[in-house]
Design a protein around this ligand. Structure first.
Ligand code: E4P
Length: 216
């Protein structure tokens, strides 16, 4: 399973990439707005640091304009994946971009049928927003499981990218459900390392090691 970092924060990207577990990154307009940076320079820096696909979001709303914006974004770096919201015009653009060999991530997926449409149009990734589903009183992970079933029923190559991840349980359940990727905020990425029992055991080992004579 691949881990993407869900942020536009350069320090966080540098830090998490150093840990060796980051396979890519996703950004969105909200995350970019938090940086206070001009997008194009920021995107270029992110693409330089991240050792894998980086999703950059298109803001146009008409198919032709989306395709034009996507082509521009794709010139930033070779690892750019163009993120396109799941609107009808967006899916028209996804189909054209697939024919041009430009990778796409269809985002803001809130139903398995939207994911099916995106896959039919040749999306590289679909991003179901599991945390947002949970917030609506639905089980976000059901969406991942249903999309997984649909994609395997018909042999779609489109990858399932679990998005809107809020806590480690989302990552665990995404892995169990067979999501190809989870895009994870920095604070959740940090939590993945932690378990209080590990701390207790390590402390015990350290204490016992202190009693061992003749250490180098
Ligand atoms: C995915 O690519 C999105 O950036 C992200 O996961 C957004 O989710 P949120 O706005 O619910 O945090």
């Amino acid at each position: 399973m691949k881990f993407f970092l869900d942020t536009a924060h350069l320090d966080h990207i540098r830090e998490a990439c150093r840990w060796g577990i980051v396979d890519g990154a996703t950004t969105n307009p909200t995350l970019v707005s938090k940086t206070g940076r001009e997008p194009r320079d920021l995107y270029a820096e992110i693409c330089r640091i991240v050792p894998g696909p980086v999703s950059l979001e298109c803001m146009a709303t008409e198919a032709d304009a989306i395709v034009a914006e996507a082509k521009q974004l794709a010139t930033i770096a070779e690892n750019v994946v163009v993120k396109i919201p799941v609107i009808r015009e967006g899916l028209i653009a996804v189909k054209q971009l697939a024919d041009l060999g430009i990778k796409t991530n269809v985002t803001v997926i809130c139903s398995p049928l939207q994911a099916l449409l995106a896959a039919k149009c040749g999306a590289t990734y679909v991003s179901p927003f599991v945390g947002r589903w949970d917030m609506m009183g639905q089980v976000g992970m059901d969406m991942i499981r249903q999309i997984k079933t649909i994609f395997s029923n018909y042999g779609f190559a489109t990858q399932i990218l679990a998005a809107s991840v809020r806590h480690p349980l989302h990552v665990l359940e995404s892995a169990l459900a067979g999501a190809d990727v989870a895009t994870i905020p920095m604070e959740v990425m940090q939590q993945l390392y932690l378990h209080p029992m590990s701390d207790v055991i390590i402390e015990q080992f350290n204490n016992d090691w202190a009693k061992v004579p003749g250490k180098p």
